[in-house]
Design a protein around this ligand. Structure first.
Ligand SMILES: Nc1nc2c(ncn2[C@@H]2O[C@H](COP(=O)(O)OP(=O)(O)OP(=O)(O)O)[C@@H](O)[C@H]2O)c(=O)[nH]1
Ligand SMILES: [Mg+2]
Length: 291
């Protein structure tokens, strides 16, 4: 039996649902999602394994005009995804138009392999609007197969998974068959903590925060995790800690519960908040933080 394997790389504007789509195709929550834009900062692979195929899904940061060095690193991750894709998925959402999607379409035009253009969040609109929208995208990207999905509600996801598997080239597996991602547990621990920062805090805080896991001790009955929440100003530190430490305690409790589910073990989570004014602009710091 011939084995199929390949990279299906998903690109699109911030917040269109790329990470939600990766989770939906995997059938489990791997990558973090949030209603705020710029949630994903790295390229992250999610791997779907079966006896005769290996579908490698690549989540990427949303495409934007870089404002600082962190953004530049995020856009390098997108460019890397354009280079090694076997299939490119261009994700847009209902309400967007090709005219206003130049940043994404220009990048997608550089890719010469098979393309899917998927209109996500179709649960939010009417049927007539959808038909016109699909036609608009088909005219703008004639070489792509265009389809409607709802990543959040699972609409067309099973069909999509089958199409994608059908489009994979014959190739031996790229990763051992028991691997679910190219990222390690420690990476997902820091992302889960950051997801709770995104969920609990507003305005500039999500964009100014990085989470660094300093120690991750696997002891018989418990994981002991110490992580720093890095922010850019004293004021942000004060907000994250909250009056008498209440906000930080709430964050710690919520993150710990998620981590216990993920690690299937009791977790002791020690969070510290630190200020590092220019981490988003400093090459050495970005490198140190994995960008
Ligand atoms: N109604 C609806 N909402 C969706 C759908 N898919 C995703 N969302 C929501 O859209 C928001 C953004 O989803 P993400 O998956 O984080 O989007 P993303 O493209 O990965 O965003 P960035 O990583 O910031 O670029 C979240 O609030 C999702 O729940 C959908 O099919 N329908
Ligand atoms: Mg994302």
């Amino acid at each position: 039996m011939a084995h199929k394997a390949g990279y299906v790389n998903i690109i699109g504007e911030p917040n269109v649902g790329k990470s939600t789509l990766v989770n939906a195709l995997l059938g489990e929550k791997l990558v973090i999602t949030n209603r705020k834009a710029q949630t994903t900062r790295h390229r992250i692979l999610g791997i779907l394994n079966a006896d005769d195929h290996q579908l490698i899904l690549s989540d990427t940061p949303g495409i934007l005009e870089p404002q600082y060095k962190l953004h530049k690193s995020m856009m390098r991750a997108v460019d890397e995804a354009l280079r090694d894709a076997d299939v490119l998925v261009i994700l847009v959402e209902l309400g967007m138009t090709p005219e206003k999607s130049e940043l994404v379409l220009k990048r997608a035009a550089r890719f010469e392999g098979p393309k899917l253009l998927l209109v996500n969040k179709v649960d939010k609109g009417e049927q007539v609007e959808l038909i016109a929208t699909l036609q608009q995208w088909q005219d703008a990207v004639p070489e792509a197969k265009v389809a409607a999905i709802s990543a959040l509600h699972g609409f067309n996801i099973d069909d999509l998974r089958n199409w994608l598997i059908g489009m994979l080239p014959e190739h031996p597996p790229y990763f051992p068959k028991d691997e679910l991602s190219d990222r390690n547990t420690r990476f997902f621990v820091s992302e889960m903590i950051r997801e709770h920062v995104l969920a609990q805090f507003k305005q500039e805080i999500p964009y100014s925060t990085e989470v660094v896991v300093n120690s991750f001790l696997d002891e018989p009955a418990i994981f002991k995790i110490q992580a720093d929440i890095i922010v850019m100003r004293e004021g942000q530190k004060g907000i994250i800690i909250g009056d008498g430490g209440t906000a930080l305690r709430r964050l710690g409790t919520a993150a710990r519960k998620d981590l216990e589910r993920f690690l299937d073990r009791h977790v002791f989570l020690d969070l510290k908040v630190k200020v590092d004014e220019n981490w988003r602009e400093n090459d050495a710091k970005l490198k140190n933080y994995g960008y």
